[in-house]
Ligand binder design. Structure first.
Ligand code: NDP
Length: 393
């Protein structure tokens, strides 16, 4: 019997379950690259229901308890008196989500001698100290591709929201106004602009594909160049470094993992080398940018807008400057946890648990760390030795 400690975001303040806006979600085939969707032996939840919060329990309780395991679900994750710290010392498995990350620091890992699996119900395992997990022989896994398209849609929405000045215009009508000049004094068409994507992986490529019909000029920077047929199909201009990319575009959209090469990539020098009035959309990780340099650049007009859904820490303090800086279109960390995405990552979490308990191999594409080294997707996305330490999310 194993003890599974699962950290999920709190229930809606209006109560659980909510009244659902729709009765179902579309059922999808494979992911765009052909990878199959999660294949657990069964599910005990209704796709389209709220599974990512405490009462949703990722739909795992029936399955885990039937197998004789103990499931503890909490949202109380920070500080020495939290439920998470209290329950961690004899946990075999920790499940967490990037949206409400239980930071699995080296200190916490040292306090969890039984821990064998750190599972991200989503994508992005930088809330786990991967070096510490490597040293402790802990397997780290995540549900690769489960919410990549969800994030890509959010990024496209935030690009449009900034360029079209959507939120201020909405606020005028919601507050009883009809202030057309006030609404449009910062509104532009996306058409004809240069858009640059940093990291053309699963999410970055999905954004490029979705933006191509807008009549924009598309640019990208990645450590690895895309096949020439994709570049030609989408009309992409490749840049060999981020400096070249940001000087050449009006909008920068970030989709790189957080690791030493991307930590604080957007500092004052890089931001000041951008075209005046550029926009940045960042749904990757907050610490890829320097928090206060974003605020300064929005105040000075060097940036025309900043949007994203990733903050540090999470949840951010009430007085976090990104809540009140000008020309922002921020959301909480929601892009990858739509009801549609939740059905996929809840099923993927169950698939990984089923394999783990049966002693079967976890799918290679779900693996980040295994057997004391980076593995699977982790070997491609992260670097050992000061790799991802809990921080951003
Ligand atoms: P992928 O692994 O598919 O793609 C990442 C891409 O980044 C790869 O092409 C990789 O290239 C490239 N890359 C790595 N390092 C650099 C670098 N220094 N500069 C430029 N490119 C680099 O990941 P996803 O597209 O699925 O996800 C990207 C990130 O988005 C995740 O790491 C996660 O942090 C974030 N995310 C956010 C979510 C949210 O809810 N907001 C949800 C899901 C993910 P190579 O293959 O050569 O290593």
């Amino acid at each position: 019997m194993a003890k599974i400690l699962c950290v999920l975001y709190p229930d809606p303040v209006t109560g659980y379950p909510p009244v659902y806006a729709r009765d179902s979600i579309p059922s999808l085939g494979n992911y765009p690259d052909g990878q199959t969707l999660p294949t657990p032996s069964a599910i005990d939840f209704t796709p389209g229901h709220l599974l990512g919060c405490v009462s949703g329990e990722l739909g795992l309780r029936t399955f885990l308890e039937a197998e004789g395991h103990e499931l503890i679900v909490t949202s109380d994750k920070d500080g020495p008196d939290s439920v998470f710290e209290r329950e961690l010392p004899d946990a075999d498995v920790v499940i967490s989500q990037p949206f409400w990350p239980a930071y699995l620091t080296a200190e916490r890992i040292a306090k969890a001698p039984k821990l064998k699996l750190a599972l991200t119900a989503g994508i992005g395992s930088d809330h786990t100290d991967l070096d510490a997990a490597i040293n402790a022989g802990i397997t780290v896994a995540e549900v690769t591709y489960c919410n990549s398209i969800s994030v890509a849609e959010h990024a496209v929405m935030q690009i449009l929201a900034l360029v079209r000045n959507f939120l201020p215009s909405h606020e005028w009508v919601a507050s009883g106004g009809w202030n057309i000049a006030d609404s449009v004094e910062r509104a532009y068409d996306l058409e004809g602009m240069d858009v640059g994507v940093i990291a053309a992986g699963r999410i970055g490529q999905a954004v490029l594909r979705r933006l191509a019909p807008f009549g924009v000029r598309l640019h990208y920077f990645d450590t690895r160049r895309l096949p020439i047929d994709i570049e030609n199909e989408l009309g992409l201009t490749f840049h060999p470094d981020v400096e070249s990319l940001v000087r050449s575009v009006d909008i920068v959209d970030i989709h790189a993992p957080l690791h030493p090469q991307t930590y604080h990539m957007f500092d004052a020098d890089l931001i000041n080398s951008m075209r005046r009035g550029s926009y940045i959309v960042n749904t990757a990780r907050a610490e890829i940018v320097v928090r206060d340099e974003i605020v300064k650049a929005l105040q000075s007009g060097q940036l025309a807008g900043y949007a994203g859904d990733v903050w540090y820490p999470q949840p951010p303090a009430v007085d976090h400057p990104w809540r009140t800086m000008p020309h922002e279109a921020m959301t909480p960390h929601v892009s990858g946890t739509t009801l549609s995405a939740q059905a996929r990552y809840a099923a993927g979490t169950r698939e990984i648990l089923e394999d783990f308990f049966a002693g079967n191999d976890i799918r290679d594409e779900y693996l980040i760390v295994r057997g004391g080294e980076l593995a699977g997707t982790g070997a491609k996305s992260y670097t050992a030795g000061g790799a991802a330490s809990p921080g951003s999310a």
